[in-house]
Structure formats: C-alpha cells, structure tokens
Design a protein around this ligand. Structure first.
Ligand SMILES: C[S@@+](CC[C@H](N)C(=O)[O-])C[C@H]1O[C@@H](n2cnc3c(N)ncnc32)[C@H](O)[C@@H]1O
Length: 381
C-alpha cells in the first residue's frame, strides 16, 4: 500500500483512518486523482467549493495545497472520513484558512459556487445528496462527480438529471471519468425516510438514506434478534448499530440496562436515535436511557463506559472495498472496554471465519447458533 500521493504537481502523504489498520487499502483512488487533474487542467480558481464524500481527505488536502485560502465546505456522513481528513491536513502541514465541516444532514451553505463529489456506493443516498444540492445551488453551478468508468451508465446520468440538472461524462482516464452536472436551479423535494415494521417485536424502524438495511431487516440481524444472550446486563453497547435494531431489542430484553449506540455513519446514529424515541423505549424516566455516539468503533467512547455486553453485526466492506479490518478493530475495542466476565456477542457470515480473530483476542469463542449462512459467536473476557 502506498501513502505517497502525486498528481498534477501536488505531492502529499495520505493515510486512511485509523492510520494503523489491518488492511492494505489506500487512502485515495484514481477518481480522486482525476478530479484534481481536471481542476488543475482548467486552472480552476479558488471559489467557494463544497466537497462531498471525500474518503480520507485527498480532495480537501489537494485544494488546500493548491491554495490555502480556498473556501471549502466538507460534507461527510462517515466519522472515519472526517477524522481521516483532519489527520491528513495536519500530517501534511496544511492549514486551511476556511474549512467548514458539516454532517450529511446539515444544510450546505447557499454561497457554494462549485461542488466536487465522489460517487458513493449507495445510489439512493447519492440521489438524496443531489436533491439536497438542488435546494441550495443557483442555476448554472458546476457539480463535478468522480467515479469509476464502469459505474457510469445511462441510469446513473438519469438519476443526476432527475435530481439536479444536465450531465455529461469526460473521456476515461485511469479507468475513471468525471461527470459534469450543471444545476438547473430547481429545488427538488427530498424523499421521505423508509419505514418498516418488525411485527413480532412491536418495533417500527425508520432509516435515513445512507443507513444499512434500507428497507428490511438484515438477515444477520434477524438471527441475532432470535438469539439474544440471557442475563441481567446493566450496560450494553450496540457496536455498528445502523438503525439501532439490536440495541432497541436489547432494551426490551434488559430493561434495566443503559444502551449505548455507536456508528461511523451520522445518518445511522440519527436513525437509531429517532427509532429509540419513536418506539418509546425511553418512556420510563427512572430507567437508564439510550446514548448515541457518531464514532469510529469505540475510539472516543467516554472512559467510564465499561459494558457487560457488546452486540455486534460488523461491516465487511468500507465504501467500495471489501475488508475485515473494521470487524477486527471492533473486536479489539470490545475486548478493551468490556468488564471482566463481560460478553461479546457477534453475528457474521460463516465464510468470514470471525471465530479465528475472536479466539486470538479473547482466548475463547463459542458458537451459540448457526444456519446455512450465518453464525452467532460469543466470547467472554
Ligand atoms: C452490518 S451493519 C449492521 C447494522 C445493524 N447493527 C444491524 O444489525 O442491522 C454494520 C454497521 O457498522 C457501521 N460501521 C462501519 N464502520 C464503522 C466504524 N469504523 N465504526 C463504527 N461503525 C461502523 C456501518 O455504518 C453499519 O451501520
């Protein structure tokens, strides 16, 4: 894995976040380079620019290295992207004069004159991002979208035209293209969040656009719900909570427990919090309440939180990349935080062989349930 970024005369050293991770993945891709090369080729001046979906800050760092005064608004749903961008700016001794950071639900500033965007994996979220842009961008504003050439087709261009304005794609360079969209100045309505019921638990789940398991219960989560551990748990963490389904059911199983929800996605945390309130799990003020953290695994969890149960349905990809390094980090963080005697309760695809990792960290691992595809594993600290 290289950390040396060199493109269009800009040289940086860029890391993923966290910088120490069990993966060989790089902090940027050729679509980042293509966007930057395009800006340099057209001698783009430093006008107020919004950057969306900047994986680990390659785009932000490049703009600041071209011109420290470049006014930038960085919008991100992933905490790891935000932390990665901050790390890489500092590591490259870049001090932006005007960097404004917002999450994926905040309103973009009205004075935005240019948008740089990486195509996210989730096209439903992409459509929603475009519709949000349509509410603030004056007619004629350029939105440059970097993507792999193989992801660009008529259906994608029609999503862009439906939600923002006309679009055309550049020639291919390093297997990527830059789509130029020109906003038409007509604000679009945002699609409503998707809701569905888990009848047997009496829960209604509502998901914002970038949340895992968009319109139905994940099959891994289903087998977890059917196999919750027995015990009088007092402090539970739903690690990688998505819409919060595991933590919500934990509150039904262990009414005296405080439940801590953690996710890298801001929209996931907002959805979990909404679902907690909407399902009235905080109705009894005397009982501990739900607590919500937008974070990378358990990195910034307050020091006094030491759970007796961690529930975890780990991700096996980050953006486009298939990887098990986040699962690894989640298991290590869970081990560090659990009380002695506390339990990590994990669901995973059988072929991911999480038991090998868990056994290395905890020195024990028991299979609690399995079906053809999934296993539930448990380890005790
Ligand atoms: C497989 S989903 C599970 C969601 C939910 N718990 C369920 O069972 O339906 C994994 C979740 O982990 C989150 N995630 C990914 N990377 C993370 C990280 N570094 N820290 C915390 N959460 C992360 C994803 O946003 C996603 O919501």
């Amino acid at each position: 894995m290289t950390t040396q970024f060199a493109c269009a005369g800009i040289e940086l050293e860029l890391f993923r976040y966290p910088t120490q991770q069990a993966s060989n993945l790089q902090a940027w891709d050729a679509a980042d380079e293509h966007l930057i090369k395009h800006l340099v080729d057209v001698q783009q001046s430093a006008i107020p620019t919004a950057i969306l979906n900047d994986s680990f800050g390659a785009l932000s760092c490049a703009l600041v290295s071209i011109e420290p005064q470049w006014p930038i608004t960085l919008e991100t749903d992933a905490k790891t992207s935000l932390l990665g961008c901050q790390y890489n700016l500092q590591h490259n001794q870049l001090t932006p004069a005007s960097l404004h950071i917002i999450n994926s639900r905040e309103i973009l500033p009205k004075h935005t004159q240019l948008v740089l965007m990486k195509l996210p994996k989730n096209l439903h979220y992409f459509a929603q991002q475009l519709a949000r842009l349509s509410a603030v961008l004056p007619a004629g504003t350029q939105v440059l979208i970097g993507a792999k050439a193989k992801s660009i087709n008529a259906a994608l261009l029609s999503i862009i035209e439906k939600n923002l304005g006309t679009a055309s794609a550049s020639l291919t360079w390093k297997k990527t293209r830059v789509i130029t969209c020109v906003s038409d100045g007509k604000p679009r309505e945002l699609a409503n969040p998707v809701s569905w019921k888990v009848d047997e638990l009496g829960l209604t789940i509502t998901n914002l656009a970038n949340v895992f398991a968009a319109n139905k219960l994940d099959i891994g989560a289903r087998i977890m719900l059917d196999n919750m551990p027995k015990g009088d748990f007092k402090q539970v963490i739903d690690l990688g909570c998505g819409n919060g389904i595991l933590g919500l059911h934990a509150k039904q199983c262990y009414p005296n427990a405080s439940i801590h929800f953690v996710d890298d996605s801001d929209m996931a945390i907002a959805s979990a919090q909404h679902n907690w309130q909407h399902n009235k799990l905080d109705s009894d003020d005397d009982l501990p309440q739900g607590v919500f953290y937008w974070d990378d695994c358990l990195t910034h969890l307050p020091a006094h939180i030491s759970p007796d149960l961690v529930l975890c349905n780990p991700p096996f990809h980050q953006g486009e990349a298939i990887t098990d390094h986040i699962a690894w980090q989640m298991f290590v963080d869970a081990y560090k935080r659990l009380k002695t005697g506390g339990i990590l309760h994990v669901v995973g695809n059988r072929h991911l062989a999480y038991h090998v990792k868990i056994k290395r960290i905890f020195n024990n691992c028991t299979t609690i349930a399995s079906n053809g595809k999934f296993v539930i594993l448990q380890a005790k600290k």
